[in-house]
Design a protein around this ligand. Structure first.
Ligand code: TXA
Ligand code: MG
Length: 320
């Protein structure tokens, strides 16, 4: 990218600079525990429009509003008893709740793509909540990558994917180091009578069901996916990808998991640890994508726990 945004270490001073940018309607990228987000004041439609423009994102994709406490959540969304239970268990953390908007919800229509629901999240990292507090408004933030690309898990990924400030990109990238989770937050829709997991993530179906009983999984019946972000093009590297590979074809690079039959160019986790694998996933896809191979062959990933989320992302990279 020509003239990418400056990457600055996240400290008290850069947080103030970043918050001033947000307050004056600009864009800032920042690293959460899940992925790097491209943030704007969620109540300011013009500011949010810059997010869609910078990402080249289809405008029907609603965005998550990031806040720091449940009182603020209650001002924008209806927090049912079930929602409060889930919030108390998993916030701050890698979980987004979709809630019915309150009547005087200040979140911009553009942020919610005109829906009568709002997606909210209290992120896990203290330093990120310091930044949000300094902004003094909910911050809308999708992953800080060009639309359809791979989600960034390091500041350098953002600089490589998004245009610089003079081309409508973020004015600043707050460097908070590599993301711990490395996968976008789980999205749980609590806006209807049936709690529905719209996007799998680090807070798993099992985690939620232990708390509130059986939930529905989006896309597991014939109804259209409700979360537009579930559209298959969302998580695609440029290089064609093949899952559950047991052999290597000509021109392919191999992404392994655990001990593999074929020699892997990169391995998500030599020891077969799904947590480590999810933290590595997007970075390794970035690196393999940069090798200009004819394909990326991914060896089987167990379909359990966090493995569901990893397989979900890989499936989307195949079906593009
Ligand atoms: O981990 C994350 O969630 C990251 C970090 C930056 O917080 N953000 C992120 O945002 O992944 P994004 O925009 O890439 O994904 C938002 C997801 C999409 O699947 C979107 O369709 C869904 O949340 N979503 C947002 N608002 C919704 C709503 N009102 N109803 C249903 N789904 C919604
Ligand atoms: Mg994204």
């Amino acid at each position: 990218m020509p003239n990418p945004a400056p990457i600055v270490p996240c400290d008290e001073r850069s947080i103030q600079t970043a918050a001033d940018i947000i307050s004056s309607g600009g864009l800032v990228a920042f690293g959460t525990e899940t992925v790097y987000g491209l943030g704007a004041d969620a109540t300011d439609g013009a500011a949010v429009a810059k997010i869609y423009a910078a990402k080249g994102r289809p405008t029907f994709n609603p965005l998550i509003s990031h806040v720091t406490n449940l009182d603020t959540v209650r001002k924008i969304g209806h927090v049912s008893d079930i929602a409060a239970q889930v919030a108390n268990a998993y916030w701050p953390g890698p979980l987004t709740l979709v809630l019915q908007k309150t009547t005087n919800c200040a979140i911009s229509q553009l942020t919610t793509a005109g829906l009568d629901t709002v997606a909210v999240r209290i992120p896990g990292r203290d330093i990120v909540r310091d930044f949000l507090d300094a902004c003094g408004a909910p911050v809308a933030a999708p992953s800080a990558n060009a639309s359809g690309g791979i989600s960034p898990t390091q500041a350098a990924h953002v600089a490589a994917s998004l245009p610089g400030p003079d081309q409508g990109g973020p004015e600043l990238i707050l460097d908070t180091g590599a993301c711990d989770v490395g996968l976008e937050s789980s999205v749980l829709d609590l806006s209807t009578d049936t709690p529905t997991l719209l996007r799998p993530g680090a807070v798993t179906r099992e985690d939620i069901e232990r708390l509130i009983g059986p939930i529905a999984i989006a896309g597991s019946d014939d109804t259209a996916p409700k979360s537009p972000g579930m559209l298959s093009r969302h998580y695609a590297p440029r290089t064609p990808l093949r899952r559950d590979a047991v052999d290597q074809r000509a021109g392919e690079v191999v992404l392994g998991f655990g001990p593999t039959e074929i020699i892997a160019d990169l391995n998500l986790s030599q020891s077969g640890d799904l947590l480590e694998a999810s933290a590595n996933l997007f970075d390794m896809l970035h690196r393999l994508d940069a090798m200009d191979a004819s394909g990326i062959a991914v060896t089987p990933i167990p379909k359990m726990g966090l493995g569901h989320a990893i397989n979900d992302r890989l499936k989307r990279a195949v079906d593009r």
